[in-house]
Design a protein around this ligand. Structure first.
Ligand code: GMT
Length: 374
């Protein structure tokens, strides 16, 4: 098939998932064209069967705000014609589904079919703003097929946005060959004193990720178990997290590793992964930790309970329950056997339900269905 994928190039869940999907589809022999306003992370190297196309943000001299969505629609249109695309698979309803819809109108009857995948921030956050809700709903309704990365997000989209068309749940996936315990970075002493336990958090440091809770949890844990906290990512709460670590006297045990494209080696080293988010429609970083046999401690909100099984692959507690999460982390770190048990159960679950082969095949079948319905 000739598939056009539109994604957000920034480091983060949906961009990473869409880039990995592009690679897996290309390995299966599909011709994949990735359209984005910048070369996406995780696609910087050469990949056979993948071509990247940058949206031309022309008109800078003319407009105060160059119209990205129109430029995206124009690029999708151009790529669809040149590459004879069979379908667009866009990640995010806003603005990708709307731009793809416009491109299809421009292309006429031979236009590619449209599959839209919802990742969460597009409907849960964007949809909260009433002025965006209608146009988001429009993008969803005009797609030939719509998927959501969790049952939580599917329900939320139907209820909050008043969408009436069916939405299929296709969860995110992980490459369990790349994310696996044996690929862990070998020299832990590069990060911590010998014998320390390693706690890991990776996110975009948006307020909803509650990075300050991560610091507070760690401060309590390290009183009981010698440990180091690794923080991967960049974002608005980074300085506040640094300041809090200093105030709580744990700054020398907190390592800010900055943005990392590939977290597989770091995830493999961790003893516990922390995800105390307000809400996650899925929680891709938790899945990657599970694939590395790392127990996850997080919140019982959004899509996380569909991923992390409480008391089987980690622990889920109410948002803001710093004491509770710290107690669970300390418990795991003090009991090697329990830590291994939770970690191995997590890896088994990741491989059984969220393995790349299984999920990519589901997308392929969905594409075939959509194309055969034309
Ligand atoms: O919140 C983030 O980490 C970024 C955001 C995005 O738009 O990329 O992530 C969303 O999509 C990811 C991939 O499907 C999910 O794993 C995240 O849970 C989701 N974020 C939220 O729902 C807040």
């Amino acid at each position: 098939m000739n598939i056009g994928i539109a994604l957000y190039p920034t480091v983060g869940g949906s961009g990473g998932v869409a880039a990995e999907l592009a690679k897996h589809l290309a390995r299966r022999g599909h011709s994949v064209h990735v359209v984005s306003y910048r070369l996406p992370f995780r696609l910087a190297d050469f990949h056979e069967n993948i071509r990247t196309h940058e949206v031309d943000l022309a008109g800078r001299a003319l407009f105060e705000h160059p119209p990205h969505e129109l430029a995206l629609a124009a690029k999708l249109c151009e790529v669809a014609r040149e590459a004879s695309l069979d379908l667009f698979h866009v990640h995010y309803a806003m603005p990708h589904a709307i731009a793809a819809h416009l491109a299809r109108e421009m292309l006429g009857p031979k236009a590619p079919r449209l599959v839209t995948t919802l990742h969460g921030t597009d409907t849960t956050l964007v949809g909260e703003d009433a002025s965006f809700a209608e146009i988001t709903r429009f993008g969803i309704e005009r797609s030939d097929a719509v998927t959501a990365v969790s049952e939580f997000l599917r329900r939320e989209t139907l209820e909050e946005l008043g969408v009436t068309r069916p939405i299929e749940v296709v969860p995110n996936f992980v490459d369990t060959g790349a994310y696996c315990p044996t690929r862990a970075y070998k020299d832990e002493t590069a990060f911590c004193s010998p014998g320390d336990r390693l706690l890991l958090h990776a996110s975009n440091f948006q307020p909803g990720k509650r990075v300050l809770d991560v610091i507070r949890i760690f401060e309590r844990v390290q009183r009981e178990v010698p440990s180091t906290l690794l923080l991967v990512g960049e974002g608005p709460e980074r300085s506040a997290a640094r300041a809090l670590a200093r105030r709580l006297g744990v700054a020398d045990r907190v390592r800010f590793l900055g943005q990392q494209d590939d977290t597989s080696e770091i995830a493999g080293m961790a003893d516990v992964f922390l995800i105390p988010s307000e809400i996650e429609s899925f929680g891709q970083s938790a899945l990657e930790a599970m694939a590395c046999a790392v127990p996850v401690v997080g919140t019982d909100q959004g899509g996380l309970p569909e991923l992390v099984k409480h008391a089987e692959t980690g622990y889920l507690l109410p948002v803001g329950d710093v004491e509770g999460m710290a107690a669970r982390v300390a418990e795991i770190l003090k009991d090697d056997e329990r830590r291994r048990e939770l970690g191995e159960a997590g890896r088994r679950r990741a491989a059984a339900l969220f393995g790349a082969d299984r999920v990519v095949s589901r997308y392929e079948r969905l594409y075939e269905r959509v194309l055969s319905a034309s």
